[in-house]
Design a protein around this ligand. Sequence first.
Ligand code: XMP
Ligand code: MG
Length: 179
Amino acid sequence: MMDKTLKTLIGSEDLTKEIKNLADRINAYYAEKYSLNEELTIVCVLKGAVMFFTELSKHLKMPLRMEFVSLSSYGAGEKSSGKVSALSLSLPPLENKNVLVVEDIMDTGLTLKFLLDFIKTKCKANDVKLAVMCDKKCARKYDISPDFYAIDVDDKFIVGFGLDYNELYRNLPYIGYFE
Ligand code: XMP
Ligand code: MG
């Protein structure tokens, strides 16, 4: 991987613009269905979603509660391991709360299917929605899709803006890939 060149898929300015547009759509949904005065719990899936979560939340207009869970389905490398490990899944009571789960990327869909089932059935939340930065639709294996997403990506392994390769490159302010 290191001997390949890092190419830009989406530059920093375009990416933050798309995240702002996404926030506008999310605000519009909650304004119409509830009210922008009503609280929303946003759940960040660590570590990958951290940059997207902070960028997105700057533009959300409702009072937010911020929660963090830590899940992993990749291990080291570029392929999903096919099972989800919950490294930390402690959440406050979410009964009857509106919850927006925020994740870096939906690939096969396994991680988010696991987490959404957990929040819907175990936590008995009211309205559970899902926002992802990147939707890799072509890799989907489970019957799930994001309610909101910022960008479509094809079947490339991407890094940056929270996404890692062997824990590196999360700090890039843009999304790139190796070629
Ligand atoms: P699943 O298959 O559960 O995978 O939808 C989602 C998780 O896998 C990671 N993932 C990636 N990480 N570049 C990355 O750095 C990628 O292209 C990529 N595709 C999937 C990611 O952590 C996500 O939460
Ligand atoms: Mg992740």
